[in-house]
Design a protein around this ligand. Structure first.
Ligand code: SF4
Ligand code: SF4
Length: 323
């Protein structure tokens, strides 16, 4: 069995595990504690119940629509990057994703946090995971197996907001980059550890320490807003620091994307060996003139920097035509 088939089979088993374990749970009505607590009219005196959950649960069809939009956005990301090879179009998708998945949906269509839900669903028979969360977790991994990290390219709200603030990228020395890149696996292990604890001690640390969710929700603790702002200021010079060094889902995407047969390609039949693409890649994802699937964040900056394509193509005069 090929490696890709083995990974697809593993993904299928995990999906079935989540669904079988929780089929009954899909029909359960989840009653939030705030719904069981005394209501405003019972308390009286002008008391107003604070909104304790953000965002509030949506109707089922809207949640399914969100998953459909997530899948469609990844399809668009693959089309723009693999077929269209356009940085400009990808920036448009990036802005749209920050607007919809970030500020409108308040960062809640999120496979990153769903690592914890899936972990608990696979280990605790009393825990029920909604199908939309299962789909949100597995879809980007499935796409990564075939096309690389399309989710990171203009779909993920966390990655997209960092992509938009990157103004003057500096190259992080390769060894330091590799060492810092290990942190996300430590974080992934810690997140799984806290998720599999007994229910009373369980903690969803990825959500608790999500640096951008307070910004998307325009609320939250001051220290988390400051952390998000700090990442954005750092991200003006160091390309996507959260994605490269801390995102636990990025670690999973990195593994799965190694199997991708298609993805970003550096014009192999028109190669100039000039190295401009490698210099333009803020994520150190181009090695020996090839985009490395596990590191490539689908930003299309290398296309824009290439004299053989992108906006520079008009200024490029092939050597054979120089007189
Ligand atoms: S690495 Fe993580 S935060 Fe960054 S774009 Fe990918 S999934 Fe989103
Ligand atoms: S190789 Fe680098 S510049 Fe090119 S799309 Fe991937 S991350 Fe972006």
């Amino acid at each position: 069995m090929s490696r890709r088939r083995a990974v697809l089979a593993l993904l299928a088993v995990c999906v079935l595990g989540c669904l079988a374990e929780n089929a009954q749970g899909q029909a359960l009505h989840y009653e939030r504690p705030v719904e069981r607590a005394p209501q405003e009219k019972d308390i009286g005196g002008g008391y107003v119940t604070p909104k304790v959950q953000k965002p509030l649960p949506r109707r089922a069809w809207l949640e399914i629509l969100d998953v459909a939009l997530l899948a469609a956005a990844m399809g668009v990301s693959v089309w723009i990057v693999v077929k269209r090879r356009s940085r400009r179009w990808l920036v448009a998708l990036t802005v749209a994703s920050v607007g919809y998945f970030g500020f409108y949906r308040e960062g809640c269509v999120c496979p990153i946090g769903s690592i914890q839900n899936v972990t608990v669903a696979l280990t605790d028979p009393n825990y029920h995971i909604p199908m939309v969360v299962t789909a949100t977790f597995f879809l980007p991994l499935l796409v990564a197996v075939f096309y690389g990290r399309a989710f990171c390219g203009g779909v993920c709200a966390l990655g997209s907001i960092q992509e938009l603030v990157l103004l003057k990228p500096v190259q992080v020395p390769r060894r330091l980059d590799q060492a810092l890149g290990l942190l996300k696996y430590v974080y992934l292990a810690a997140a799984i550890w806290y998720a599999v604890l007994p229910a009373a001690q369980r903690d969803f640390v990825i959500c608790r320490f999500d640096p951008f969710v307070s910004l998307f929700r325009r609320s939250g603790f001051a220290h988390m807003l400051a952390l998000g702002a700090g990442f954005l200021v750092l991200g003006m010079f160091v390309g996507r620091p959260y994605c490269r060094y801390l995102c636990p889902y990025g670690g999973l995407l990195s593994w799965f994307s190694r199997l991708a047969a298609r993805g970003v390609s550096i014009t192999p039949n028109k190669e100039l060996d000039c190295g401009l693409c490698a210099e333009a890649c803020p994520y150190g994802a181009i090695e020996e003139m090839r985009a490395v699937r596990r590191k490539c964040l689908y930003c299309a900056r290398c296309y824009a920097a290439c004299p053989r394509e992108g906006p520079l193509v008009k200024a490029f005069v092939p050597l054979g035509e120089v007189r």
